[in-house]
Design a protein around this ligand. Structure first.
Ligand code: P6P
Length: 335
């Protein structure tokens, strides 16, 4: 039974036996993510003071301007995971292709791959709005000791062994699951330790917050338009409150605590939606389902979608179960 104020390190060790894949490797992997997040947190928290905000003068595969902190966070997570020789491959939003680690070493027994969005919502950094890191962990599907292939990364979300996020907000929290519930840890920056502050996090089945960029309303599918109007009607618990931070991790985190729904539908501007399946939607869907929530593209469970490419995008609806099911009902009626 988890104890409040237990450190993340103690929690990982205590719960190691409950990992479906009993292995110290997963514990070491989670610990390395914890360390990298501390380092990134330090930089995020002083972004306004040093020359680390603003554009890095480069663009990523998405064609998005890379913020300097994006690049820094990406380098830190890759460096930490590589140096500790824990994983056999890494895929990142900031990298065009996946990175094979020690692929020439036939004795490389590392069996996990990590997919990561090192700094999601980074366009918010310059305006001091919270941002986050999202990670997803799988066992490789190709033989140990051989170089990883794209197949090791293009796995359905239902095959994840762990997933989590770090939210660099009013406090820095690491929230993750290994398939045995969701637990949240708050960083005490004074001593650099994370403490169990939110044991067994659960989405309320209902909520009254909806999170969507209503600036795209005219472009949304008719089912989404009708659901947004439903949220705004004056009836019963409605109208709901509209809250949209523009940072998936922050909107998700608030909705998981208070109850709510997050939507990033497809539109003419984003015909497949904007969010990426592998390192945004799948890990958040794993956490959502482990917290009694739900995540779909409006029709299909996110974690059942078979990926076809590393940076593919999908429409994303995620949050309190009853709210997601209501939105899906509107979508189905307009199919
Ligand atoms: P828009 C950040 O770029 C992100 O991937 C999510 O964190 C966020 O919810 C969404 O995109 C914001 O996108 O188009 O509403 O600015």
């Amino acid at each position: 039974m988890s104890k409040r104020n237990q450190t993340l390190g103690e929690f990982i060790i205590e719960n190691q036996t409950s990992f479906k894949y009993t292995s110290g490797e997963l514990s070491r992997l989670l610990n390395s993510i914890r360390l990298a997040a501390k380092v990134v947190n330090h930089e995020v928290n002083k972004a306004g003071l040093v020359d680390i905000i603003g554009n890095a003068g480069d663009t990523n595969i998405q064609g998005e301007d890379q913020q300097k902190l994006d690049v820094y966070a990406n380098e830190k997570f890759i460096q930490t995971l590589t140096k500790r020789n824990i994983v056999c491959g890494i895929a990142s939003e900031e990298e065009d292709d996946f990175i094979a680690i020690n692929s020439q070493d036939e004795n490389n027994q590392n069996k996990y791959v990590v997919l990561i969005d090192p700094l999601d919502g980074s366009s918010n950094i310059d305006v001091n709005v919270s941002v986050g890191t999202i990670f997803s962990i799988y066992r490789r599907v190709t033989p140990l000791g051989t170089p990883v292939t794209l197949d090791d990364f293009l796995q359905k979300g239902s095959a994840q062994v762990a997933a989590g996020y770090v939210v660099y907000g009013t406090s820095t929290m690491l929230v993750y699951t290994t398939g045995d519930g969701v637990n949240g840890f708050t960083l005490n920056p004074a001593i650099g330790s994370y403490y169990l502050s939110h044991p067994n996090m659960q989405f309320p089945e209902d909520g009254n917050i909806y999170s969507v960029n209503e600036g795209n309303y005219s472009d949304f599918p008719i089912g989404i338009k009708k659901y947004i109007k439903y949220c705004q009607e004056d009836e019963g618990e409605r109208p709901y409150t509209s809250r949209y931070i523009g940072s998936l991790v922050s909107d998700f985190h608030r909705n998981m605590i208070k109850g709510g729904i997050y939507m990033y539908p497809k539109s003419t501007k984003n015909p497949k939606g904007k969010l990426r399946l592998l390192y945004e939607c799948n890990p958040m869907a794993f956490i959502a389902e482990q917290a009694n929530g739900k995540a779909s593209d409006g029709f299909t469970r996110i974690m059942d979608i078979v990926p076809t490419e590393l940076h593919e995008r999908v429409p994303f609806i995620c949050g309190s179960k009853n709210m997601v099911e209501k939105a899906e009902e509107f979508m189905r009626n307009e199919e």
